[in-house]
Write a protein of this length. Sequence first.
Lengths: 113, 113
Amino acid sequence: DAMVIQNPRYQVTQFGKPVTLSCSQTLNHNVMYWYQQKSSQAPKLLFHYYDKDFNNEADTPDNFQSRRPNTSFCFLDIRSPGLGDAAMYLCATSRDGGAYEQYFGPGTRLTVT
Amino acid sequence: GESVGLHLPTLSVQEGDNSIINCAYSNSASDYFIWYKQESGKGPQFIIDIRSNMDKRQGQRVTVLLNKTVKHLSLQIAATQPGDSAVYFCAENLGDSWGKLQFGAGTQVVVTP
């Protein structure tokens, strides 16, 4: 059974049109992460939540926001997508902070037209 | 559209041979390391991990070696199979309380018959 679920798997949006990507987990993990991955590159951390505490990476553009309404769900909001935001967006969870494995979802492939 | 990515280093391996994938990590304070396998269009999948108090750990057909002196990590895959074709990423836990991972650039493994 899938433990980290991302919806939709493929998302097409227009330049400047807000879009929301969804992640849910059945692991009851404390930490949830959002990564951006472009073609042939490593995943790049955008931000993460430890429970309800939000931590933004210093170089994450203001265009990217996140919400975590409860333990199970986390959302990535892109307020005004640009062509450069086209990428795979990966959600991951970890049981706790510190040295624990991160479990990744299948990703959402975002296309911006 | 998506910006053009970098070309990943590629390791071409004949089916049945052993593979060795190398990774240099950057932070002396890193205390936990993970190898992930990522197939095309999918999220990263955990392979094996190792903590900094160890120098070797074995799994099923995989072995991870850690050399803290030179900050080097390697993944050995025994009897490589076609299903092992993927991109392999090493990731280091930066030793903070958030469990943040920093990913290496990745290596594309191509298994030939």
